[in-house]
Design a protein around this ligand. Structure first.
Ligand code: GLN
Length: 573
């Protein structure tokens, strides 16, 4: 049988062919292009940053891009992962709980993603097993090849159809050689064959070592890593060499020689001070044009669009590192030791820092040790405070002390999710006189459960009494600080991930004592933004949402902007 005959079987029913590759409705083979990014030598090289930067370059040219991250773990999503081990859980608009890399894609592409842009081995395998139970394989023995890899290819093509993308960017988690990621590689190898020439481009991200004792770059690990990829039947088209310093010509030559990848496609991707500079440096290296050539996409480029997008982005990139002055923001948190657990909070503040031209420095505060007696000492030198999201009782009393200090000393405050709930508890205890106020998350039998699980509230939204997840519209009360921050918009779309909320029975008491609920769910008494009036405090804001998840370099979160501006004012005093 000829290749053409073989390929014509793709998408046929399983009875007719050994060639199991289901195609989604509306899919035309060879129309969509795929860029597959894999890592060798070690993980943590910034595959997501590379892939999103390259995707951005094509997006700037007017092409429609859709990224997907494929994770090797068996969890269905990232919701159950400990942020201390794995970095923050990033929540998408449709409620998908995923890897923090999806945040990188959303920030660089300024594009909202969904569950279609994220998959895990757990998702793939459970879909295959479900199909098997439903008799979907017509009496066949179900195997990794072709069925599991068939499901992976289907997922990629479904994304292509759904997103109407010109180019799908596939980031395979982990490193080439990991057992758990080998299905993905096999699926992509097959994709390249099935989609045909000029449809799939493989990029290998590798690492060039520079051992201090030798004082020179060594390419062996990179060569071996790429060799591993070639053993799996995949020839890379582009090799991006991560390194501390620019990769020398000699090393690039060596890598080129061992891999048959021409020099112009073996690029140095050395450390830079900000990831937002990477798109421009890749562009200057000409890698965007190489991809257009490899995928035969030159005719889809819109030059005017590219010039415009490039100058807007350059405006931002040029301001990085040129900030003057500095504000110190206290960030309380259980995972104080691990910055990745608060990646989006830190990024959101960075966006504001660039827009406002002031450096923002975080001081992490482990609140288990904070008491009324030492809180002033702990927050000394800080110009604002953020209590971010979190779960569990540890450190909550210390957080309440920090919030009390911020409220009483007019220090700018921003509470995110748990930080919103803590602000309600603090206010109930110290202003409304409900001395036993708490959340039932921390004390099930507390006398004044101002924060509680309210299954009936979630039922109205069809959430079945569990976590409220994903993007929701928040109705903003006119004339408030929130309204000012959101330029008097009637609603703001924010993302949520919480189980507990303000018990509506306490709203009247809280409001009577001065707390303003300036954002709530449209039509339901679910409180989503709180603030203190300007007469009481210059900037005291809390939200049940996670505004950090939707902050983008060119569209920073208004709430973070408000906090940092207020911190700048506070620092002047
Ligand atoms: N633990 C709180 C809740 O479940 C807050 C959650 C969060 O901060 N993401 O409601």
């Amino acid at each position: 049988m000829s290749t053409q005959d073989l390929l014509s079987k793709v998408g046929q029913s399983h009875e007719e062919s050994e060639f199991y590759t289901p195609l989604p409705d509306g899919y035309t083979r060879g129309k969509v292009r795929y860029v597959i990014v894999v890592g060798t030598v070690m993980s943590g090289l910034g595959k997501g940053i590379f892939s999103s930067s390259l995707a951005k370059l094509l997006q700037d040219k007017g092409l429609k891009v859709a990224p997907i991250k494929m994770e090797g773990y068996l969890n269905i999503d990232s919701g159950t992962l400990n942020p201390y081990r794995h970095g923050e859980v990033f929540v998408l608009d449709d409620g998908m709980e995923c890897d923090m890399d999806l945040g990188t894609y959303e920030r660089l592409l300024d594009q909202d993603l969904s569950g279609a842009n994220f998959t895990t081995n757990g998702q793939i395998l459970s879909t295959v097993l479900k199909k098997e139970r439903e008799g979907g394989f017509l009496g066949r023995d179900v195997q990794v090849i072709p069925h599991v890899v068939g499901e992976i290819k289907l997922k990629l093509r479904e994304l292509a159809v759904r997103s109407k993308a010109d180019v799908v960017f596939v980031e395979i988690g982990g490193t080439v050689g990991d057992y758990e990621n080998s299905f993905y590689l096999e699926a992509c190898r097959q994709m390249a064959f099935e989609e045909g020439e000029e449809s799939v481009c493989f990029v290998a991200l590798t690492y060039v070592l520079e051992p201090g004792a030798l004082g020179e770059q060594k390419s062996k690990a990179a060569q071996l890593g790429i060799k591993r990829l070639m053993e799996m039947g995949i020839m890379p088209d582009i090799i991006a060499c991560r390194a501390t310093n620019p990769v020398t010509e000699k090393i690039r030559q060596k890598i080129s020689m061992y891999t048959n990848v021409p020099m112009r496609r073996v690029i140095s991707m050395h450390d830079v001070d900000s990831i937002y500079r990477i798109p421009e440096s890749l562009r200057q290296g000409g890698i965007d044009r190489e991809v257009l050539t490899l995928l035969s996409l030159h005719d889809r480029v819109d030059q005017a669009k590219e010039d415009h997008a490039r100058s807007r982005w350059q405006w931002y990139a040029d301001r990085i590192g040129r900030q003057k002055g500095k504000v110190h923001i206290a960030l309380t948190g259980k995972y104080a030791a691990l910055r990745d657990a608060y990646a989006s909070v830190i990024k959101a503040a960075e966006h504001c820092s660039v827009h406002l031209g002031t450096h923002v420095e975080f001081s992490f505060i482990e609140t288990s040790d904070v008491t009324a007696a030492n809180v002033a000492e702990q927050l000394k030198g800080c110009h604002g405070i953020i209590v971010p999201g979190g779960f569990g009782v540890r450190g909550t009393e210390g957080k309440i002390e920090c919030i009390r200090y911020a409220r009483e000393n007019k220090m700018p405050y921003l509470g995110l999710c748990l930080g919103f709930q803590m602000a309600v508890i603090e206010f109930a205890r110290n202003v409304c006189g409900l001395t036993c106020a708490n959340s039932t998350e921390f004390d099930v039998n507390c006398q004044n459960p101002v924060i509680d699980i309210l299954p009936e509230q979630k039922k109205i939204e069809g959430l079945g009494g569990n976590m409220r997840l994903g993007g929701k519209d928040v109705e903003i009360k006119p004339g408030t600080l929130a309204a000012e921050l959101y330029a008097n918009a009637a609603t703001a779309r924010l993302r949520f991930r919480h189980r507990y909320e303000v018990d509506p029975r306490y709203i009247e008491t809280l409001e009577k004592h001065g707390m303003v609920f300036s954002g709530k769910a449209p039509k339901h008494p679910i409180m989503q933004i709180l603030e203190l009036p300007r007469t009481m405090h210059p900037f005291f804001l809390g939200t049940q949402a996670h505004p950090e998840l939707t902050s983008r370099p060119l569209r920073p979160s208004p709430m973070f902007m408000g906090l940092i501006k207020a911190a700048i004012e506070f620092a002047k005093k």
